[in-house]
Design a protein around this ligand. Structure first.
Ligand code: NAD
Length: 490
């Protein structure tokens, strides 16, 4: 049920496509509904882009590119900095909007506004620091100049689970580098991106530099953009399955790509762990975003000597969680994004239980409106269970045990994914060995959350290509040129 404040907020979010500096309806006036997953209610109708709308957005990004690339880096940086300040002022509105369309508890939405906005600040700082190099070649016959150039118009596709952060993590570095973009948010959560882009406009965004399309036909609208010879870069965050389809499309024009894909994070608790810290870290790594994070701990591998204590303490805490609409005071578990997500979690738990797992709490869909699944803890999860192989994307914490370090490493690495690993140990040398032995792009060592705008976020194996954030993040939107000139003294 939306109250007056929510109605006002929703009414203020643009409902059009943003193309060439104008909010406008989709071709034929088509619209798509946006739902509140906590109630199932439609909260707003927004423009539903056609293939022609997608092309118009790319046209606008291409037209704006030369001027934006030539805009002094300092000006681009200042646009981002003004945006950062405005987002900070509007944090409460953005957080509420995210909770309405995505379902996460308000406290977590506030956290995402801070986190997402850090990418805007970070890349406002990076923008003016893009540099090349100049030097003699080893033979001293010439001078080598290495320069960096914006890659060109970019297409950005984002998922529904972090509606603000996934957009800022792509838009901010692209703009900092001098690229123009078309962004296509997930149709399930389009409103936050529109609200953010409206803030960019208030901060002085020139027409065509950022264009927004929302569509119920992601594949049909995206393919012509991805295969258009004018596009220079595709940055995608989403499932590995869709990432693979897009990589095949991108291969046609040997398009630069960044791929932030699925995960299957192990959370390892060694017998020498501080169990208090491990429990706190586990709850964060698992239940943040109602388990719907690519970095969510997916498999809890706990040494047999501490498994009982760890399980008991986790179960105590999980039983105290409050379920509800994310706007309600004290709620820690909101709805999943939709009923399909609930059905997937149900099937994974059913399979695990059929193979011998024990349910300590939860274990079923909740009988209330909206897409709710109970916070669940399973132990004795057997090897071969689907829940250990697939991304759960829900509030289920499956525990399996191991006997020694080699077994823990073997189990942890036994996946095609390699986004993040979590390790709890008080033994420094063991922690260092884990850094070298675990096959993942990121690792939390006695930490349950790793994300930071200053860090290179990204995965190994089927978890993706490229890095977002950190010193590395800007490189995804730059291309290198090497020039040789004669030795001026020869
Ligand atoms: P998804 O792959 O279904 O959708 C992601 C985006 O791709 C959406 O905007 C969707 O509309 C679009 N899309 C779907 N099919 C498409 C097609 N054929 N052509 C073009 N676009 C298409 O993923 P999701 O369900 O929105 O998000 C969950 C997934 O995202 C999980 O696997 C999660 O691990 C992953 N994820 C990864 C990261 C990361 O940084 N590695 C971050 C967040 C989410």
């Amino acid at each position: 049920m939306t109250d007056e404040r929510e109605k006002q907020l929703l009414a203020g979010v643009p409902d059009g496509l943003f193309i060439g500096g104008q909010w406008r309806p989709a071709e034929g006036g088509r619209t798509l509904p946006v739902h509140d997953p906590a109630t199932g209610e439609v909260v707003k109708e927004i423009a539903d882009a056609s293939v022609a709308d997608g092309k118009a957005a790319l046209d606008a990004a291409c037209e704006a590119f030369d001027d934006w690339a030539a805009t002094p880096a300092r000006e681009r940086a200042e646009l981002l900095r003004r945006t950062f300040e405005l987002v900070r002022e509007r944090a409460e509105d953005l957080a509420l909007l995210m909770t309405i369309e995505m379902g996460k508890p308000l406290a977590e939405s506030r956290g995402e506004v801070t986190y997402g906005n850090e990418f805007v600040r970070w890349f406002s700082e990076v923008a003016a620091h893009v540099q090349g190099r100049y030097g003699a070649n080893p033979e001293n016959t010439g001078r080598m100049i290495v320069s960096q150039h914006p890659v060109g118009p970019c297409y950005l596709i984002t998922p529904w689970n972090f509606p603000l952060a996934m957009a800022t993590r792509k838009i901010a570095p692209a703009l900092a580098a001098g690229c123009t973009v078309v962004i296509k948010p997930a149709a399930l959560t389009p409103l936050t991106t529109s609200a953010f882009v409206q803030i960019l406009v208030e901060a002085g965004l020139p027409p065509g530099v950022v264009n927004v399309i929302n569509t119920s036909d992601s594949g049909g609208v995206s393919e012509p953009i991805i295969t258009d010879p004018r596009l220079r870069k595709l940055s995608f965050t989403g499932s590995t399955q869709v990432g693979q389809i897009l990589l095949r499309q991108a291969s046609e024009r040997v398009l630069r790509t960044s791929m932030e894909l699925g995960g299957n994070a192990p959370f390892i608790v060694f017998e020498d762990a501080d169990v208090d810290k491990a429990v706190e870290g586990a709850l964060l790594a698992k239940f943040r975003n109602i388990g719907q994070a690519c970095t969510a701990a997916n498999r809890f591998l706990v040494h047999a000597d501490v498994a009982e204590e760890f399980t008991r303490r986790i179960v105590e805490r999980v039983k105290s969680f409050k379920v509800g609409r994310g706007t309600e005071e004290g709620v820690t578990i909101g709805p999943l994004i939709d009923d399909r997500a609930v059905a997937k979690v149900e099937a994974l738990v059913k399979d695990a239980v059929a193979r011998g797992a024990k349910v300590h709490t939860g274990g079923q869909r909740l009988d209330r409106p909206g897409s709710f699944y109970a916070a669940t803890v399973l132990s004795d999860v057997q090897p071969g269970s689907d829940i250990l192989r697939q991304e759960i994307f829900g509030p289920v914490l499956p525990i399996a045990t191991f006997g020694d370090e080699d077994e823990a490493v073997r189990l942890a690495n036994d996946t095609d994914f390699g986004l993040v690993s979590y390790v709890y140990t008080e033994n420094l040398a063991r922690g260092q060995r884990m850094i070298e032995r675990l096959q993942s792009g990121m690792m939390g060592l006695n930490m349950g959350v790793v994300s930071n705008a200053a860090a290179p976020f990204g995965g190994w194996k089927l978890s993706g290509l490229g890095r977002e954030g950190g010193a590395e993040g800007i490189n995804e939107y730059l291309q290198t040129k090497y020039t040789l000139t004669p030795n001026p003294f020869a």
